[in-house]
Ligand binder design. Structure first.
Ligand code: PMP
Length: 364
């Protein structure tokens, strides 16, 4: 078998080795079912057991409060951008959006098809910070206040949830920091994310929806984006992402068996600290534009030589030669981006830091 590289890709991203090995062992025939999970009915008892276990583990590992339902959906984070206004407008005509990067921007643009979108602070490209919560222009009659907990492209992360009015639920996109840290559900109405970064394969989206927000969908809401339909049908209204749900169950078992979310958070802090120390200690050779207080533990974007593209190309080439892939920055911002999701180990992060140090010594 060809050897595996260290994968710093932004998503789909690295899946823990133990999960991949277990999935490989169970691939051809699952348990006593006589078929592969890929060939299994989504109404079979084997799959019903898998989806129930996935939900149970999700609740346990994320400490999800009882007033939230766990919905396994499709359509990606992008599907939720539309699902949210269609499901929880509740007769209100405006929703508040905190735009801190590409993904919250896209979410707001999609929502504009269904509801008036108000930005709680003016556009602030390039996206490198989060304005003080006290300065946000929030409305008490907004349908909800939307934010992206971790901006995957720009590396801007909320380390605490924003403030909101009593009757305005927070909606959080946690696609790229799902279970990377303990999550405080207080004041939230919807917490959602695709699973292709921290929780498994592409094709599954998890929406955690507060019970009182279910059942208000607009007449035009497609059934597959309706929280009510999904909830009433235990996430098997139609054929779900059977394999995706299975892989997420395995990832959740891995999280449980390796010490849970607190342990992951400690390691993630250590990994990101190493990265930012290397960047900040390089006297400008490496630079990260994001304000220190809002830097992401998951996606670390940086430039080399103040944005010298030939140096950056040489860095990426050398990284590839050393078995490290997925480091090219998003096409909209350029440079380098290291995605150090849960499955990326401290040792793998150290290998990248070693290469950064070596490259700096040779090129500064
Ligand atoms: N939100 C965030 C934070 C993302 O990083 C992404 C995808 N990278 C999305 C939403 C969109 O997700 P999807 O591709 O699953 O629609």
């Amino acid at each position: 078998m060809a050897s595996k590289k260290i994968n710093f890709g932004a998503g789909p991203a690295k899946i823990p080795e133990a999960v991949m090995e277990k999935a490989a062992r169970e691939f051809l025939v699952y348990g006593n079912s006589g078929v592969s999970i890929l060939e299994m009915s989504h109404r079979s008892s084997d799959f019903t057991a898998i989806i129930k276990e996935a939900e149970k583990l999700m609740r346990e590992e994320m400490s999800i409060p009882n007033e939230f339902e766990v919905l396994f959906m499709q359509g990606g984070g992008t599907g939720q951008f539309a699902a949210i206004p269609m499901n929880i407008a509740r007769g209100r005509d405006t929703a508040d959006y905190a735009v801190t990067g590409t993904w919250s921007d896209k979410a707001g643009k999609e929502a504009e098809k269904y509801i008036n979108v108000r930005k709680v602070f003016p556009s602030m490209k390039p996206y490198t910070t989060i304005p003080d919560y006290g300065s946000w222009d929030r409305k008490s009659d907004a349908a909800y206040l939307y934010y992206c907990a971790n901006e995957t492209v720009h590396g801007v992360e909320f380390h605490t949830p924003p403030e909101t009015h009593a009757d305005v639920p927070l909606v959080a996109d946690i696609s790229s920091n799902f279970l990377s840290r303990p999550f405080d559900f207080a004041n939230h109405g919807i917490v959602f994310g695709g699973t292709q970064k921290n929780l498994g394969a592409a094709g599954l989206t998890v929406a955690l929806v507060r019970k009182d927000l279910i059942g208000h969908e607009s007449r035009h809401c497609p059934s597959i984006l309706s929280y009510k339909e999904m909830h009433t049908n235990n996430s098997v209204y139609n054929t779900p992402s059977v394999y995706g749900i299975y892989i997420t169950k395995l990832v959740l078992e891995w999280i449980r068996d390796t010490g849970g979310v607190n342990k992951l958070f400690t390691t993630n802090q250590e990994k990101s600290r190493l990265m930012y120390e290397t960047i900040d200690g390089s006297d400008g050779f490496f630079s990260c534009p994001v304000d220190a207080a809002h830097r992401s533990h998951m996606n670390v974007p940086f430039r080399i030589g103040g944005g010298d593209e030939s140096l950056e190309a040489a860095f990426l080439k050398g990284a590839t030669e050393r078995g490290m892939v997925g480091l090219k920055g998003h096409r909209s911002v350029g440079g380098i981006r290291a995605s150090i999701y849960n499955a990326v180990t401290l040792d793998e992060t150290k290998a990248l830091v070693d290469w950064m140090n070596e490259f700096e010594t040779a090129n500064r």
